[in-house]
Design a binder for this molecule. Structure first.
Ligand code: FAD
Length: 300
């Protein structure tokens, strides 16, 4: 962690909530579903698809998890009502994974079942390494029942990722490939960015060459370039992959990718829990805090 990033994290509690709110508005659609709908409409008008995420701290009890499930069912109805080009991203711990895996599975299943009715899609986000096996297990079980209406995420920084992808390949998975955002121990995750990037590229090639639908989730232009080369090498059609980016991050690169004719999906988080979520994530991942701070002060 650089000194600059540490400094940003130390100073976070000193920043007044409205100031955090003002600057996090680039990354978070707002507190209400209507805010997210407005952002998605705008993205769709600029030929970007969206994936909608309800922010929330880990659900500590069934009431919280239930409220999140109900909100996701509302989102599906809103997507249908407003004819949005959007799907859902859900977090297993918000669905109750830390309460009980079967309970969490049933909650995600309710959302995926509803998504299938609307001919929509649910991606199960990947959280820290303690959730990886359970998430993959739940995904495979849901995939058996709901086919292509569900997908999950694989993180290039995990040492286990290549083996996971080898096992998943025979299932023709629908995966988002990202670097990984959580702070993990060296035994669990690669720490060297050059290795993470090589691992990303290596595993992306495995997925694309096997024609597994992949969400290429990165703002790293070198990886975007490598992905473009792989797409060309394997002669992939536009509907065999998509690029994915976070709301508010490198909108210029987003436009370049879309203008070149590729599908691109923007991750749109919203919800009342924006403040605990933003500050917790910034503390968890000081590198992210550094990005945000640099953006605030026009340093990048
Ligand atoms: C659509 C999407 C979904 C994701 N889902 C998950 C998930 O389920 N699980 C998980 O662990 N991680 C997830 N991530 C986060 C991901 O793992 C990375 O931490 C994040 O995308 C940064 O990695 P990068 O590939 O962009 O490369 P980096 O090398 O980290 O970043 C490249 C450049 O992009 C810019 N940048 C990147 N991130 C930000 C940011 N947040 N704010 C401002 N600038 C930024 C910086 O300028 C940086 O120099 C997701 C990312 C995306 C795009």
């Amino acid at each position: 962690m650089s000194f600059f990033d540490k400094l940003v994290v130390w100073s976070l509690p000193l920043i007044p909530k409205p100031v955090v709110g003002y600057f996090s508005r680039h990354y978070i659609a707002g507190p209400k579903l209507d805010d997210a709908i407005a952002v998605v409409k705008e993205l769709n008008a600029h030929h970007a698809m969206a994936t909608m995420d309800l922010l929330g701290e880990e659900s500590m009890n069934k009431e919280e998890a239930e409220a999140a499930v109900v909100e996701y069912l509302h989102i599906l109805r809103a997507i249908d009502e407003y004819q949005l080009d959007a799907n859902l991203s859900v977090k297993p711990t918000q669905m109750g994974l830390n309460i009980d895996q079967e309970y969490c599975y049933q909650n995600i299943r309710r959302i995926v079942r509803e998504a299938k009715k609307f001919n929509n899609f649910v991606r199960i986000d990947m959280e820290d390494h303690t959730t990886t096996s359970a998430t993959i297990e739940m995904y495979l079980k849901l995939k058996q029942e709901f086919g292509n209406h569900v997908g999950t995420v694989i993180q290039a920084y995990l040492r286990r990722t290549s083996a996971d992808i080898n096992l998943l390949l025979k299932e023709k998975p629908n995966l988002r490939l990202c670097k990984g955002i959580y702070v993990e121990a060296r035994e669990i995750a690669y720490k060297d960015m050059a290795i993470i990037n090589e691992n990303y590229k290596y595993n992306l090639e495995k997925l694309l060459s096997n024609r597994c639908y992949t969400g290429i989730a990165t703002h790293d232009e070198k990886l975007v370039w490598q992905a473009l080369m792989l797409i060309e090498k394997y002669g992939l059609k536009k509907d065999e992959y998509e690029f994915q980016m976070l709301l508010g991050v490198d909108e210029q690169l987003r436009k370049i990718i879309i203008d070149a004719g590729h599908r691109l999906r923007v991750y749109v988080p919203y919800g009342e829990q924006w403040y605990p979520y933003s500050t917790r994530r910034l503390k968890e991942n000081p590198r992210m805090a550094g990005y945000v701070f640099k953006r605030i002060f026009g340093l990048s």
